[in-house]
Design a protein around this ligand. Structure first.
Ligand code: TYD
Ligand code: MG
Length: 503
């Protein structure tokens, strides 16, 4: 075996040092010097081939293969028996494939993995390396999930080399490592969870998984800013990166793929955390909209709210977005607040800028808060129009018809840009009982008719307001500031959506 010792390498310029440095003495970057295992260098390729030529002994472990001669052989997928998880993975686990699942602490990673382990253990050998919890704690969770008697092999090792050896010897179909931050590689002196530890441990596990043809799922925690703790390179090393997210205080969880060497990244699964584990949710919009759906055709929607559409993988979701525009108490030298929950703050700033510049709304001295109800983080630009409507209705303190949905991306010239999968979104909106949809004109005509629902094509933000809230465009000077809330005005008939024919 190659002789090993550790060395410290700057990740920016490659400078090698004999010990830790806060700042690289060569390129001057801070915090970039990371410990690595240094293996005794193998003979260079050029030298090796020269040796081979003289000795006549081949160093090649396998000959070249022609693509058409390669058969799938061992690459047959292993379904997890949890349909939604299989869909996200593109059909199941791949032997030797390594999956990284990341998410905030407490979101339900261990619960999901124990459920997967339980389902797989019925017909496969499954190892569960619980380095974060005691075996007793895992057993307790398994009891709660109704898996107390599942044939899962538990192990509490923290040493990566020991884990790799057990992986190699067990020849199991599946192994779960919970988590990469709580194991350590004995040849690295830095603490568990550090960049070097995470990277070297991951490399050893990946090599062993490929060697033993075991599918390995590794848990990785995320940092406060939402990125996976440890080096970015970890994402490049594994085959699949899944993100498990949601709001810890709410029940909904989304399993998303951000990288998949064996399938699409366009698929996601939605679960709800129940008393006895995670359950797949088939119609999340109903759960997310809740009582809001009951307002349709009966009452007005509260001011500062709108229904937006978001594609979550192949699923169309409809959610309520809430906005609050209030006069700011920030002093003349400080900026007013702009807070977004479940929505990208940069997109919010852009929408505010468009409203200020193109619709002359005075938001410069107003605090603006936006919240997507349900605790999901949206990143579908088709929600722009709804966010814009919610801000404007809060600003004007007006109510709109709760049967309307707003779909469209807003450009910097206040134009409404086309969105993906409009037909799918409209079919779902129709199914949920919405009566009017404001959509980008650029997406029309539609190839599929969404039934009774009125579809109103719009080109610009101004055109939408002309139809749903003309007072915003023709307001008096007194109305040019954010309106006081709680004006009990019933605008039902006055501002019902214009009944434009379907285009
Ligand atoms: P856990 O899976 O330990 O989260 P992570 O591994 O991501 O840190 O559990 C998350 C939370 O879920 C925990 O607060 C308890 C709760 N929970 C349930 O509500 N129902 C259940 O059946 C289980 C097992 C956990
Ligand atoms: Mg856990």
């Amino acid at each position: 075996m190659a002789k090993t010792k550790s060395r410290w390498i700057c990740q920016e310029c490659g400078f090698e040092s004999s010990g830790y440095l806060g700042k690289c003495t060569d390129c001057g970057s801070w915090g970039s010097v990371v410990e690595e295992i240094a293996t005794a260098p193998a003979a260079s390729i050029r030298g090796a081939s020269a040796n081979t030529l003289t000795s006549g002994k081949s160093l090649l472990s396998e000959p070249l293969s022609l693509l058409e001669d390669v058969d799938f052989g061992d690459c047959k997928r292993l379904p997890t028996q949890m349909n939604d998880v299989d869909e996200v993975l593109g059909g199941g686990l791949v032997p030797g494939g390594v999956i990284l699942i990341s998410g905030e602490p407490g979101i339900g990673k261990s619960t999901l993995l124990l459920q997967i382990a339980g389902a797989l253990s019925k017909s496969n050998k499954v190892l569960y390396f619980a380095s974060e919890e005691s075996k007793g704690q895992v057993k307790l969770r398994a009891e709660r999930l109704g898996l107390g008697c599942a044939q899962i092999y538990l192990d509490g090792s923290h040493n990566t080399q020991e884990i790799a050896q057990k992986l190699q010897e067990a020849k199991a179909e599946v192994a779960i490592i919970d988590s990469i931050q709580s194991i350590y590689h004995p040849q690295i002196s830095s603490a568990s969870g550090s960049v070097s530890q995470v990277r070297e441990s991951a490399q050893l596990i990946i090599d062993t998984a490929k060697d033993a043809s075991t599918s390995v799922i590794v848990v990785g925690h995320v940092t406060k800013d939402g990125s996976i703790a440890g080096p970015r390179v970890l994402e490049h090393m594994v085959d699949v990166v899944l993100i498990f997210e949601g709001d810890r205080t709410r029940r909904l969880r989304v399993l998303r793929t951000i990288k998949n060497r064996f399938g699409s990244t366009q698929v996601s699964a939605i679960f709800t955390m129940t008393e006895d584990g995670l359950k797949a949710v088939d119609n999340p919009s109903e759960l997310l909209l809740g009582e809001r759906l009951e307002l349709v055709g009966k009452k007005q929607a509260p001011s500062g709210t709108a229904i937006i559409s978001a594609q979550e993988g192949r699923r169309s979701l409809f959610l309520e977005v809430q906005a609050l525009v209030a006069n700011s108490n920030a002093g003349a030298n400080s900026s007013p607040k702009r807070l977004a929950n479940g929505w990208d703050t940069n997109r919010l700033l852009q929408i505010i800028a468009v409203l200020e510049k193109k619709l002359q709304m005075s938001l410069g001295r107003a605090d603006v808060y936006v919240n997507v109800v349900g605790g999901l983080d949206l990143n579908d630009p088709a929600g722009d129009l709804g966010v814009c409507i919610a801000i404007a209705t809060s600003y004007m303190d007006r109510s709109l018809d709760p049967g309307s949905v707003f779909i469209g991306e807003i450009g910097l010239t206040a134009e409404i840009r086309a969105v993906a999968d409009l037909e799918k979104r409209l079919l779902e909106a129709q199914r949920l009982g919405f009566t009017h949809a404001y959509v980008p004109k650029a997406n029309l005509p539609l190839s599929k008719n969404p039934g009774k629902m009125k579809v109103i094509g719009v080109d610009s933000v101004k055109e939408v307001f002309e139809q749903v809230m003309p007072q915003l465009l023709h307001r008096t000077k007194a109305q040019s500031q954010p309106q006081a809330t709680n004006q009990d005005i019933n605008l039902a008939s006055e501002y019902a959506p214009a009944s434009t024919e379907m285009v």
